[in-house]
Design a protein around this ligand. Sequence first.
Ligand SMILES: *Cc1c(COP(=O)(O)O)cnc(C)c1O
Length: 366
Amino acid sequence: MREFSVRSEILEFDPYTPGLTIEQIQQQYGLDTVIKLASNENPLGVSPVVQKTVANNADRAFRYPENHSPRLVKEISKHVGVPAESILVGNGSDEIIDMLFRMKARPGKSNVVCYENCFSMYRMCAKLAGVEYREVARGENFELPLDKMAEAADENTAMVIVTSPDNPTGVAAGVEDLSVLAGVLPEDCLLVVDEAYIDFVWPPESYTPVQAYDKFDNLVVLRTFSKAYGLAGLRVGYGILPPKLASLMKNARIPFTVNLLAEDAAVAALNDEVFYNETLQLVMRGREYFMEELPKLGCKVWPSQANFLMFQPPKPAQTVFKALLKKGVIVRPLASFGLGKLIRVNVGTDHENKEFIKRLGEVLGA
Ligand SMILES: *Cc1c(COP(=O)(O)O)cnc(C)c1O
């Protein structure tokens, strides 16, 4: 076989490490039921209203969708209170992240500033785009190092990226701190705030800068329908960007990446307040339950503003992870985040949460 040459950036590329699937674990361990608490998905599944919408629109799937998802943009604009021309809908917020790296940063010239042990998509996109990836150390208790990020930025920094609430720590940045950071960044540098888990913070006005959107001219906010809205499999997310930047990115993007049923589903999900509120209540209740129960099992646990928690078990994380798999519970060991002693678990249904704590107790011999 011939070996073809490729761009040097993709030789020995570290691929994204997704959570294991229920089917993989059912097959491997011969289990009937498996509880997945590994990918921060919605424990309530897909809202019945959304399911009906998708079914009712299945017969339209032979048509191309409308480019740039204008119906969804209009709904987001209404719900979030930002102008439609600032909104860019993507195939998951991952697509918007990828577009930002390819369209804002310049290969071989720009750098991007993140902090250590963060969401791996940023590093992947930087590498593929030929952009220098600068990683700043976190605080001792995983505080987000916003001051150090500002110091690390220079005239070639295209973006500073903050995940808030953070994955995998659950730590959220306060809106004042984000405002200060936005104000001190170099002239050509964007502050990108990845708000994949913003729905789970309380109170929202203390955390999201979107509510004062007019005050910023260098702010990008990323949001997704994959977590609180329960649509991870349909792939819809969006960015809120300075309007000129949004317009240029629309011109250069690949058309139709957001499919027709995903747009219908996201519009329906935004309007389904009942399901959304049930999700938030369940997550907040589960978070408290985990905060109470995990220390009883000898685990160190960090308070979280997201739909998951990070904890350190009293036994090696990889051993605990494997033992839980055998008992039919999938959690997320954080070695791929560079945190080999820690595990992330997302809130499930009340029943799943109880089962997780029970089986973890068995594993830890508590
Ligand atoms: C889940 C997640 C996303 C969202 O990904 P989608 O592509 O919208 O599914 C983005 N950022 C972080 C930090 C996440 O954890």
